[in-house]
Design a protein around this ligand. Structure first.
Ligand code: F6R
Length: 598
């Protein structure tokens, strides 16, 4: 979703801002803009559409001189993706410019008040209220104006602000929206995402909710919402610049699919010592273990589907009931959660608004929350009682791949950890499963290597609607496979529990209907095969993802872990189908990488 960047230093700001915005492109956006301080004024340039257009308009930044500025990529919420609605927004007196991530929930009330006060609005956005509030509250002290403005805002925001009275300074403040400061030498930065910073500096400061900061080329001052100055620690980002680049692949998505063996290894390696699973200093006390009467897994989208697979692993190995809940539903469901519930919250970005709300709801009811998160320092990582990082590295393509398989990996580790702690697994099975888990990276690589035929297979689907079926763990994979296909190739794809087809959906099966059957659960193979026969009898063409019309093979694996292998050909199938159709694979239409609104 929206992205913000800011730069102040001795060199030209606009090229740095444009480069930063390009690094945030993957989050999804439909307009972009920059504001640069120069000669006592603020110059704003904005466009609907792509950053390439903004580059053209600003002569790659050369036509927008100045060494301090702010930039924004907007994913439209309030008002269409037009030039006028694009950020930055200017105050009526031209003194302030603002970029904003998040949503101001009380903007209509503020807008009415400001119009009454005589302020003129140029856009339909919620953000514009902020810049007029700054003008209203400004009496020569910017910090006070920002604090007073922030106190009026309800909702979520990460704000970047410049003011003509302080031509080398940037001001930021956050509430429920990520904001990171980049610490340079003779120059400083801010961004909503570290990927915009890593090519300049790996030294960062994570701002917390309610914190305000002023950045100049040589200083960073952070204070809390009461205006008290804070000493914030500087953290080191471990992601490399190369990790956030395509590295010779045509798309980030393909690169990230290919990175899965390494990513899964990175999630496993630090957590298996001498044949035992150890979870980052994480220990459930005997009391807490006794208290694990029920586990709830909550997440959105693919992370939810990872949870669906994880449920089978946990229930099978630990014999503890697991409920998997969509975060957007859980938050409003008056959930049956108490201090005896262990909640696993899964999120690649750690910033998904519904998932954060579900987490807060569960915590408020006394549950212990474990976050399974990729992005270090993200909101979910901070709110959870304990975090298990997935160590996938930066995931740039909007459609998650290595984010998902590393979530599965951590869930498998967790299942083994808990099974042992609860005494629900015998020593031999435990040892065999730990070993099997260590083979996952190699088997994912084999899965990729042995399925060179997928581009050809995908080309046969690129104009069809598809069904994905499976049972049990295979059904969880079918759900993720169908989502991948929909989101990047825009093909209509539905997933069904194989046994459910005959209760209605089979009516849709006709001659040549492609059906992808995930068939990796050996114990249920015969059952799924019967369902395959049913659809074939009605003319369907069936592709099978299986250990065993077309068969896509994966290496033999323990059923409980097979989702991490079976999903890989489905990711590739979706990728090649989208490529065949000429889709914008890394930035599918209408989608955003991190869904920070409800
Ligand atoms: C699909 C996809 C989304 C995310 C969902 C949750 O490919 O990426 O469905 O899985 O938006 O995002 P996170 O994991 O960041 O909470």
């Amino acid at each position: 979703m929206c992205g913000i960047v800011g730069f102040t230093g001795a060199r030209a700001a606009a090229p740095v801002l444009l480069g930063g915005l390009e690094r945030l492109e993957y989050r999804g956006y439909d307009s972009a803009g920059i504001a640069v301080l120069h000669g006592g004024a603020i110059r704003v340039e904005k466009v609907s559409g792509r950053i390439a257009k903004l580059r053209e308009k600003t002569g790659d930044g050369a036509l927008t001189p100045g060494s301090a500025g702010i930039g924004h990529t907007r994913w439209a919420t309030h008002g269409a993706p037009t030039d006028l609605n694009a950020h930055p927004h200017l105050s009526n007196d031209g003194r302030f410019a603002v970029v904003h991530n998040g949503i101001i929930e009380n903007y209509l009330e503020l807008r009415r008040e400001l119009i009454k006060d005589g302020y003129v609005f140029q856009s339909e956005t919620d953000t514009e209220t902020i810049v007029h509030l700054l003008e209203k509250y400004y009496d020569g002290d910017i910090k006070t104006a920002v604090m007073k403005t922030a106190a009026r805002l309800e909702g979520s925001y990460a704000l970047g602000i410049v003011c003509t009275d302080t031509p080398d300074a940037l001001y930021v403040v956050r509430e429920a929206s990520p904001l990171i400061l980049g610490v340079g030498v003779g120059e400083n930065y801010f961004a909503s995402d570290v990927t915009a910073l890593v090519s300049h500096t790996k030294n960062v400061i994570y701002l917390e909710d309610g914190e305000f900061a002023k950045l100049t080329p040589d200083s960073i001052m952070v204070c809390d919402c009461a205006g008290r100055e804070l000493k914030k620690p500087i953290s080191r980002v471990t992601w490399s610049v190369e990790a956030a680049e395509k590295g010779g692949y045509e798309h980030f998505m393909l690169k990230e699919i290919m990175e899965q063996p390494a990513a899964v290894k990175a999630a496993l390696a630090p957590r298996i010592h001498e044949g035992r699973v150890q979870l980052d200093g994480f220990e459930l006390s005997a009391d807490e273990l006794r208290g694990v009467g029920k586990i709830i897994i909550t997440a959105c989208g693919s992370a939810y589907y990872a949870g669906c697979s994880g449920r089978y692993a946990i229930e099978r190995l630990c014999r503890v009931p697991v409920q998997v809940e969509l975060a957007s539903e859980l938050r409003y469901s008056d959930p049956m959660v108490d201090e005896h519930t262990l909640v696993l919250v899964i999120s690649q970005s750690g910033e998904t608004a519904d998932t954060i709300a579900a987490l807060k709801e569960c915590k408020a009811r006394g549950a212990k929350v474990i976050g399974i998160v990729n992005v270090v320092g993200s909101t979910i990582a901070k709110l959870a009682d304990h975090v298990l990082y997935t160590f996938a590295g930066p995931e740039i393509a909007v459609a998650t791949t290595k984010g998902y398989t590393t979530q599965l990996t951590v869930l498998y580790l967790f299942a083994l950890y808990l099974a042992e702690k609860l005494g629900r697994i015998d020593a031999d099975s435990y040892a065999a499963l730990v070993k099997e888990l260590q083979h996952l990276p190699r088997k994912i690589q084999q899965t990729i290597d042995m399925n060179w035929q997928l581009p050809k297979l995908a080309s046969r689907y690129s104009s069809r609607s598809l069904f994905f079926i499976g049972r049990n763990t295979d059904y969880a994979v079918a759900l993720e496979g169908a989502l991948k296909m929909k989101e990047i190739s825009y093909l209509h794809a539905e997933s069904y529990a194989a046994g459910e087809l005959k209760h209605g959906t089979i009516a849709l099966i006709e001659e040549n209907q492609p059906v992808i059957a995930v068939c990796c659960n050996e114990a249920l193979m015969d059952k799924t095969l019967s369902n395959i026969v049913e659809v074939k009898a009605r003319g369907a063409k069936v592709k099978i993802v299986s250990q065993a019309d077309d068969v896509i093979f994966i290496p033999r694996a323990e059923t409980v872990f097979s989702a991490a292998l079976a999903v890989v050909p489905l990711q590739l199938l979706a990728y090649y189908a989208a490529k065949e159709k000429g889709c914008d694979i890394d930035k599918p239409k209408n989608l955003a990488k991190s869904v920070t609104v409800e």
